[in-house]
Design a protein around this ligand. Structure first.
Ligand code: X2X
Length: 336
């Protein structure tokens, strides 16, 4: 039975366990990371990679817990930045599009046909313009750490091939909840409807919308063709970088060592994800074509027609983005 000695031993063991638990919880700190897409996509994999590297380099003292599918903002991805700024979310790997309603400078990346290729994107993010964008984020209470990439966004629809602006006439296109997109697709003669990614998939399935735009990785992994999107136009009209970032107060509460680790691992995870996303583009396109999607590439002339049709978007948005920032980006692109 329970002898006094045995009870003492049990009490000692319990006390030991309590001390151990206390010291473990004092050391381990869990931080939430919001993403829109899960780890079925490069975007979600970027966040998981970051978490993995942080766990490893802090010896488990910091744990990043990734919450995909915009679940921390109830599916409303355009509220992610505000939630991170207010501290509802500790960190995020987020899209420049989704944060642009709160950080107007981020609309730089959505200016139609402004960034012609990957080298242009790298020249912008890696140079003075990129620093200006990071300062704009920081001035709003969020610390940006590194870049990732959702990718060049391509146009799909269920009606027919699109090779000139008039092909978009009257087509209902799902766009993200960022006002610039409304302007771009209106300028092109389409009928844009803003909705979250969560709402986009059912809208495509029921045919409530005729088309959408997203990078090839999203089109491929989400099997957008299987909801009737059988026409895809490769028009590279904009690139959608991702940004790894942390709430300011969370950042301030971390040790110098942990901050350094968070930053260097974000850079590593971002570089890894950008390289992977780009490498996979051609095999994704091949897979999409194999599934029967009709792919349209634009001639130089057709491309120019889209550029001309969207000039008014530049006129309206450059003052909001900041002419200096746009100029710094333009120079970086020219010098690439
Ligand atoms: O909603 C979209 O289209 C997505 C998933 O690409 C973004 O979050 C910008």
């Amino acid at each position: 039975m329970n002898s006094p000695r045995r009870i003492t031993r049990i009490a000692a063991a319990l006390a030991g366990a309590a001390v151990l638990t206390a010291s473990l919880s004092a050391q381990a700190r869990e931080l939430s990371v919001s993403t829109v897409l899960s780890d079925a996509f490069p975007w979600g994999q970027a966040a998981e990679k970051w978490a993995e590297l942080v766990e490893e380099r802090t010896g488990g003292e910091l744990t990043l817990r990734v919450y995909p599918n915009s679940q921390l903002v109830a599916g409303d991805q355009t509220r992610e930045f505000s939630a991170m700024r207010s501290g509802l979310i500790d960190m995020a790997v987020g899209s420049t599009i989704n944060w642009s309603p709160q950080v107007p400078e981020l609309n730089l990346f959505s200016l139609p046909f402004f960034m012609p290729d990957e080298a242009a994107v790298d020249a912008v993010t890696g140079g003075e313009a990129g620093e200006m964008v990071f300062e704009a984020i920081e001035s709003r209470g969020v610390i940006p750490l590194a870049w990732g990439e959702n990718g060049f966004r391509q146009l799909s629809n269920s009606r027919g091939p699109i090779s000139e602006p008039s092909d978009l006439n009257g087509l209902k296109i799902r766009v993200v909840g960022s006002p610039l997109f409304q302007d771009t697709f209106t300028a092109l003669g389409a009928d844009p409807t803003q909705m979250s990614w969560t709402d986009a998939q059912p809208a495509l399935t029921t045919g409530a919308v005729d088309g959408q735009e997203n990078p090839l990785s999203v089109f491929d992994v989400a099997r957008i063709d299987q909801v009737g999107q059988e026409h895809l136009t490769l028009w590279n009209y904009m690139n959608d970088p991702l940004i790894f970032a942390v709430n300011q107060r969370v950042w301030d509460s971390l040790s110098e060592e942990h901050r350094e680790i968070l930053r260097e691992t974000a850079v590593e995870a971002g570089e890894w994800e950008i390289a992977m996303t780009r490498e996979q583009e051609s095999e994704r396109l091949a897979a999409i074509q194999e599934r029967g999607v009709q792919v349209t590439e634009l001639t130089e002339e057709q491309h120019a027609a889209f550029v001309n049709a969207t000039r008014s978007v530049h006129d309206k948005w450059i003052p909001r983005i900041g002419p200096e920032l746009v100029e710094a980006a333009r120079q970086a692109i020219e010098a690439r």
